[in-house]
Design a binder for this molecule. Structure first.
Ligand code: NDP
Length: 475
């Protein structure tokens, strides 16, 4: 078994039950209990159209050289019928089903059966058994953090089998991309449906379940907070990190190999995409313990949004730049390539440092230095469902004094850099920055709504101290 490196939650717990007047409003934090019409309409839209959007993007590359407009023109002009496009789409194959099953089974094996050893020899890396944040029901879950190890083992095996033993071609992912899409959808829907049934009939922690009474909302946003099978198989940590994010770098490598096969060279734009997105993926696994404290893990329930999203949306749409570059091998001028690299690295630096500052601040309960000084903060309190009162702190210095979500700003700069590698001939690669802008702006609003109901007037004091969300002085 892995060494148990348990940390105490940084927030001080006041175990005395409090019966003051603020309790009723404060225990409602977490995802919504009631569904407004706008949320319901958005959810129905996504349930119906998100799978089609993914199909449309991938099909456009397969049949129309990544041009998003041409399929519509063809259909409107009567040059093609929907059935023509559908009939040209590769179907599910036994080969793809075999590859995908092996892939997911191997990731489950790495997650469940191999306790982390990286933290034993990598200085500064936090792995092994770690604690998550306090849930609304007051539970503190333990997680086996071994994502970095899974990523390393997977990539070593990939290189060995693709380039040394020649068990499969390094283009295997690209070559089976659409058949694999059907497999990813099957898993995404299966796991979301299973999570819903589990939430009703055998939840891991009944007190952390939420039922709005609206089937579609519950299916999409999830019922159970932290569904698990056994002690360690945590759905959110597994699906959030693997198989999608481990696959991200392999998918990009497969695209690079395809460029090499088709054109005899790998363009600098493809190298940039592989490097910048590779840094982002490695950062994710290096900081997996920290991700336990992010919204996906510590606030979102597990439903279709995470289950299907992690299986399908993430691997297929986050990798569009590499896919595009297979069809359009852009060779950037040196100045442009350096400019894009700088934008990506600065964005990454802001993203990482902002996240690091909050993590350090919360881990040390404010007893640390941010930019060489003691951090400034606002004291705040909140309550869990059992009435236990907790104390926490909101930092108002460092990057967190510039804007309330400056980590998102850095993320957006990095996202823009990926898109710019593809030049300006087509809009398809820019989907990512448009999507990330919508996602992160919506996240700001969603998170702030949750924080307001969690911290009440303390949150208002915080927003007065740090008035901007993403860009100081503007928004
Ligand atoms: P944050 O890491 O910003 O976490 C928000 C939470 O931090 C709040 O709910 C609150 O939680 C706490 N908090 C807010 N303000 C402060 C403060 N001033 N001081 C201390 N704690 C504070 O958000 P996310 O989890 O959304 O994002 C984590 C990272 O992941 C971001 O960098 C984001 O860009 C990235 N991301 C990437 C995505 C992708 O698809 N590529 C998707 C989503 C996120 P509490 O209740 O503990 O007070």
């Amino acid at each position: 078994m892995a060494a148990h490196q348990e940390k105490k939650p940084s927030e001080e717990r006041n175990r005395k039950s409090t019966q003051n007047g603020t309790r009723t409003s404060q225990v409602q934090w977490g995802r919504a209990w009631e569904v407004d019409w706008f949320s319901l309409a958005s959810i129905l839209f996504l349930l119906m159209f998100a799978p089609l959007i993914v199909y449309y993007f991938i099909m456009s590359c397969d049949q129309y050289q990544c041009c998003l407009i041409d399929p519509v023109i063809d259909l409107l002009a009567g040059n093609k019928y929907l059935s023509d496009i559908w009939n040209k789409t590769p179907t599910l194959t036994y080969r793809a089903a075999g590859i995908y099953t092996l892939w997911v089974a191997f990731q489950v094996f790495l997650y469940v059966c191999i306790p982390d050893f990286c933290h034993k020899f990598l200085p500064g890396y936090i792995g092994g058994v770690q604690e998550g944040a306090v849930t609304p029901a007051g539970v503190v879950n333990k997680y086996e953090i071994n994502g970095l190890q899974a990523w390393i083992i997977t990539h070593v095996l990939w290189f060995a089998n693709a380039y040394y033993f020649h068990c499969f071609s390094p283009t295997i992912i690209f070559d089976n991309w659409i058949p694999l899409l059907w497999c990813a959808n099957i898993l995404g829907y299966a796991v979301s449906t299973f999570a819903m049934i589990k939430g009703y009939f055998f939840p891991t922690n009944a007190k952390d379940c939420k039922f709005t009474g609206n089937f579609f909302y519950d299916y999409m946003m999830g019922i159970e907070f932290n569904p698990r099978i056994g002690k360690w198989f945590d759905f959110k940590l597994f699906f959030n990190g693997r198989p999608g994010i481990v696959a991200w770098t392999l998918i990009n490598l497969s695209y690079a190999a395809k460029q090499q096969e088709l054109y005899g060279q790998v363009t600098n734009s493809m190298i940039l995409v592989n490097v910048l997105q590779g840094i982002y993926v490695l950062d994710f696994f290096w900081n997996e313990a920290w991700y336990l404290k992010t919204i996906d893990i510590c606030h979102d329930h597990f439903g279709w949004y995470l289950g299907w999203g992690d299986c399908v949306w993430l691997p297929y749409l986050y990798t569009l730049q590499g896919l595009y570059l297979v069809y359009h091998p852009v060779q950037l001028g040196t100045a442009n390539a350096i400019g894009i690299l700088m934008l990506g690295l600065i964005g990454y630096y802001i993203f990482r440092m902002t996240n690091h500052q909050k993590d350090l601040f919360r881990r040390t309960n404010g007893n640390c230095k941010i930019w060489g000084k003691k951090p400034e903060y606002i004291e705040c309190s909140y309550m869990s469902v059992d009435g236990t009162k907790y104390h926490s702190k909101l930092m108002t210095s460092g990057f967190w004094g510039w804007a309330r979500h400056f980590n998102y700003t850095g993320d957006l700069m990095g996202s823009l850099a990926y898109c710019l590698t593809c030049g300006f001939d087509h809009i398809l690669p820019y989907f990512y920055i448009v999507y990330m802008t919508i996602l992160l702006t919506h996240r700001c609003i969603r998170d702030e709504h949750r924080c307001l109901s969690k911290y009440g007037k303390d949150w208002k004091r915080y927003t007065s101290a740090v008035p901007y969300r993403l860009i100081p002085g503007i928004f």
